[in-house]
Design a binder for this molecule. Structure first.
Ligand SMILES: [Cu+2]
Length: 130
């Protein structure tokens, strides 16, 4: 084995190492995504409580089976659905980065009020980021 061959082998090993490191970074890096599917029916949300970790990218898909629109918002994360309401019989998507701990009610049919537990339709969606 001459010097050139040894250099080629060493270069190959380094290249493979760099590719492996890049792959690991890509797979492990970035925020973790947590997706929740919530059904609104009879003025109740199912599930009515979701939990995420600080740093998570949270996606909530709503399906409203009621005959009235339902308002959802998390002003703390500047998050809501298009128009602020999940339309009656329709669907909507909400997305945010949970960048700090929180324990609040995201059901805002009576208007956005984080401490409101009994809004217009009586529903509740507790969002906890821990
Ligand atoms: Cu409502």
């Amino acid at each position: 084995m001459n010097n050139n061959t040894q250099i080629t082998i060493a270069s190959s090993i380094i290249a493979i190492g760099l590719i492996a490191a890049a792959l690991l970074f890509t797979l492990g890096g970035g925020p973790r995504t947590k997706t929740f599917n919530i059904v609104m029916e009879n003025n109740r949300y199912n599930p009515s409580e979701i939990v995420a970790s600080v740093g998570d990218r949270v996606i909530i898909n709503f399906e409203n089976r009621d005959l009235v629109d339902h308002g959802v918002a998390l002003p703390q994360f500047n998050a809501t659905v298009p128009g602020g309401h999940v339309p009656a019989g329709g669907t909507a998507r909400m997305e945010f980065i949970a960048d700090r701990p929180i324990d609040t009610d995201a059901a805002v049919c009576g208007g956005p009020n984080p401490s409101d537990k009994t809004d217009e339709h009586g529903e509740e969606l507790i969002v906890r980021v821990i």
